[in-house]
Design a protein around this ligand. Structure first.
Ligand code: RFL
Length: 387
């Protein structure tokens, strides 16, 4: 089997890239190790930033793919005292509340039902062959047997633990990483956000509540890296939410799932090797405090899809040659933003001999967002998505 682009991974980046290529008339095949039902129910991000909204608009896909209202405000409350930050632009444009699950479901319908796209679910043992001077090809196994796909380009959209980055020989990539030293407990609850989305700072650690559709929300609570499910029975989750929001009126609700996310930042560079291009979480991770992981993945897709279209249609490979150099400055800007947000929102664990030095500088930074129009403007630019 021959195609132009083999895409490894049918997450948000793989499906978006496939949709853009298919719309451009460029043949591609997506290989996904899980089944469609699993991908459709995976719940993660909740906001598509304004830059990504514009990207979908340019492809005339925004109306089909994005649902949900503009994210107009965020409550950076401090020990329960409201501090409402205005996010939306003067013209009402801005980031949109649209869960990753909804975007992925809509992409699948657009790609498979409307565009006749080719996604191979349950593709196991994907092996990438990307040696210099040879035609790239991919082998995989499914229930019908062993298959080979010969292609011109490979997009590694298979996240941090996938095979794409792992296929690059040792010594080519540099890994840059930062561990924050604490984690988030993420709890999906049967209760909507009733007012503003909350990113709360408190003397007991960070607390966040973000919408996940009209009936549900996800709470995030700062916790220790070593914490596990036994440490956090449902009753404790609700007690901590009430404590950190300083609001005893918050009612317990059904908790659908709980999991732990260690907060860390990672960049692997360069983001390409011969004809393989790394996209999204395969190349970089940001802590979810920044709410940018999915949006950075969409940024990579934007740059890569344009480069592939130019290479195939105009035989101009400059965009592909420069893919990594084009994308990485944006990624580093957002790594900086993520560190800034994460340090500001959390109790970073001051050593006893320092008093609460880091906590105090974090609070000063938060105050600045509400006292300095310049700081607020810069924050808004990052939230909307830098060009
Ligand atoms: P995905 O979406 O994880 O998709 C990767 C796909 O690759 C498949 N795969 C393979 N397929 C074939 N062969 C293999 N060997 C394979 N190995 C893996 C997987 O099955 C999967 O289908 O990666 P992608 O496309 O790079 O997208 C990245 C985003 O999903 C991620 O950055 C965001 O979810 C991060 N994130 C958030 N981002 C935001 O922009 N805003 C948020 O509010 C936000 N909240 C979050 C988040 C991530 C979280 N977790 C779970 C870390 C909240 C949380 C809790």
């Amino acid at each position: 089997m021959k195609t132009t682009v083999a895409i490894i991974g049918a997450g948000v980046s793989g499906l978006t890239l496939a949709t853009f290529l298919q719309k451009s008339g460029i043949p591609c095949i997506v290989l996904e190790r899980r089944d469609r039902a699993y991908i459709e129910m995976r719940q993660r991000a909740g906001v598509v930033d304004a830059r990504a909204v514009r990207m979908f608009e340019q492809w005339e896909l925004a109306d089909k793919l994005l649902a949900g209202p503009v994210a107009g405000t965020i409550n950076y409350c401090l020990n329960g005292s409201d501090r409402i930050f205005e996010l939306a632009g003067d013209d009402g444009s801005g980031s949109r509340f649209c869960t990753q699950q909804m975007l992925v479901g809509n992409l699948m319908r657009e790609l498979l039902d409307n565009m006749n796209g080719d996604v191979r679910w349950d593709a196991k043992d994907v092996a990438i062959h990307n040696e210099e001077g040879q035609q790239p090809h991919i082998n995989y196994i499914d229930e019908t047997g062993t298959h080979e796909i010969v292609c011109d380009y490979i997009a590694g959209c298979d996240a941090d633990l996938g095979v794409s980055r792992a296929s690059i020989p040792d010594g080519i990539l540099t890994k840059y990483t930062h561990e924050f030293g604490y984690a988030w407990l993420a709890a999906l609850v049967e209760a909507p956000v009733t007012g503003h989305s909350i990113m709360g700072v408190s003397n007991y650690g960070c607390v966040a509540q973000l919408p996940r559709g009209p009936l549900r929300s996800r709470y995030y609570l700062q916790c220790a890296l070593s914490d596990n499910a036994q440490d956090w029975p449902d009753e404790r989750v609700w007690d901590e939410i009430r404590l950190r929001l300083n609001d005893q009126t918050v009612q317990n609700a059904v908790i659908h799932d709980k999991f732990f996310v260690p907060l860390r930042s990672v960049v692997h560079a360069p983001m390409q090797y011969h004809n393989l291009f790394l996209v999204g979480d395969a190349a970089h991770l940001v802590p979810p405090t920044s709410a940018k992981g999915m949006n950075l993945a969409l940024y990579d897709v934007d740059i890569l899809s344009q480069a592939i279209v130019r290479a195939v249609r105009d035989h101009n490979i400059d965009g592909l040659t420069n893919y990594s150099d084009t994308v990485l400055p944006h990624i580093w800007n957002y790594q900086d933003f993520a560190v800034w947000m994460t340090d500001m929102m959390h109790d970073a664990g001051d050593p006893a001999q320092n008093g609460t030095f880091r906590q105090m500088t974090a609070r000063a930074r938060l105050d600045n967002l509400f006292s300095s129009p310049t700081a607020a403007k810069l924050h808004n630019e990052y939230q909307h998505g830098l060009n």
